[in-house]
Design a protein around this ligand. Structure first.
Ligand code: ADP
Ligand code: MG
Length: 289
């Protein structure tokens, strides 16, 4: 495992360039050489209220390549959700730029779809099938028949084709998240953004969902930007992990984690990596920030 440690000093300029994925998959190899799919370039984000300005992130930079499983890891309040909102096009950076396929992101679009933590992200009056079809129709991506077929295709991929005609309240939390994932993948976004999607699930369901997400990635090879505050989840889900320190969120380090899978859980290398990340996130804080 290679580690690049970045210190967030006062003269903090830019993190070192992101390393290329160590073991690119077929999709990554097929991608145009050079240009990353998504570039987050020196991005500072702020919330302005009448009384004060809250700086949520400070000059955060990272690149995503095709078929990456890139994880943003950091404690609560370090600006992870705010970064996803900015990549989603809902918030504009006060400094820096976000580029998708080389073009500046300035508004939401069907090329960036977010899956949230909350189970109530599915309108309850629509069936599972209608929920997955809805964005395809609303964005005029497909006609009704094609949308119905595409929706069923992705419901099948998450193992829920049998539940197409039920309503969300008849599903468990894990099943609702599967529907939200199917709905997002059906849009075939350039990048799938997930904001702590499994955080509200019980431990066993969470493990199962991580496993399924990885199996789905193996099959579909989408590009994933996944937010979590769980070190273990970051190591399992990600091939690369960006560590963020809070107030405001800054890049502390980027870690290559493609060698870890669910099978590595509990192993000594996995534990050593977890402890190392924990130290980088918390113990150095007093010294740097
Ligand atoms: N709507 C908001 N108005 C003002 N401050 C906000 C708002 N949303 C988040 N913040 C602040 O921005 C910082 C980053 O928040 P957030 O992106 O939600 O962190 P995370 O997702 O990592 O927990 C925090 O200090 C939080 O209090
Ligand atoms: Mg958050």
């Amino acid at each position: 495992m290679t580690t690049t440690t970045l210190r967030a000093g006062p003269a903090f300029a830019r993190p070192v360039p992101a390393p290329q994925p160590a073991a690119p998959g077929p999709a990554a190899e097929a991608a145009a050489v050079g240009e990353p799919l998504l570039q987050v370039d020196g991005v500072s984000l702020e919330y302005r209220t009448r009384e004060r300005v809250v700086r949520a992130t400070h000059r955060v930079s990272f690149d995503l390549h095709e078929a990456d499983r890139f994880v943003l890891l950091g404690p609560s309040g370090c600006g992870k959700s705010t970064l996803l909102k900015a990549i989603g096009g809902f918030i504009r950076p006060v400094e820096g730029e976000i580029r998708l396929d080389g073009r500046g992101v300035s508004a939401p679009g069907p090329d960036r779809i977010v899956v949230f933590q909350e189970f109530d992200q599915l309108p309850p009056w629509k069936t599972v099938h209608q929920n997955v079809m809805f964005p395809l129709l609303a964005s005029r991506s497909l006609g009704r028949k094609e949308a119905a077929e595409r929706a069923l295709h992705y419901l099948d991929k998450v193992g829920l084709a049998r539940f197409a005609d039920v309503h969300p309240h008849q599903l468990s939390g894990g099943m609702k998240q599967r529907v939200a994932i199917a709905r997002a993948l059906a849009m075939q976004p350039r990048v799938l953004l997930m904001d702590e999607p499994f955080a509200a699930l019980d431990a066993l369901t969470r493990r199962k969902m991580q496993e399924e997400l990885l199996a789905l990635w193996d099959e579909v090879r989408f590009t994933l930007l996944f937010v979590t505050h769980s070190i273990e989840e970051a190591l399992v889900v990600g091939n690369r992990i960006a560590l963020l320190s809070p107030h405001p969120g800054r890049m502390r380090a980027e870690i290559n984690s493609h060698g870890f899978t669910l099978g590595s859980l509990g192993g000594s290398e996995f534990q050593a990596a977890s402890q190392r990340i924990h130290r980088m996130l918390f113990e150095e804080e007093g010294a740097g920030a």
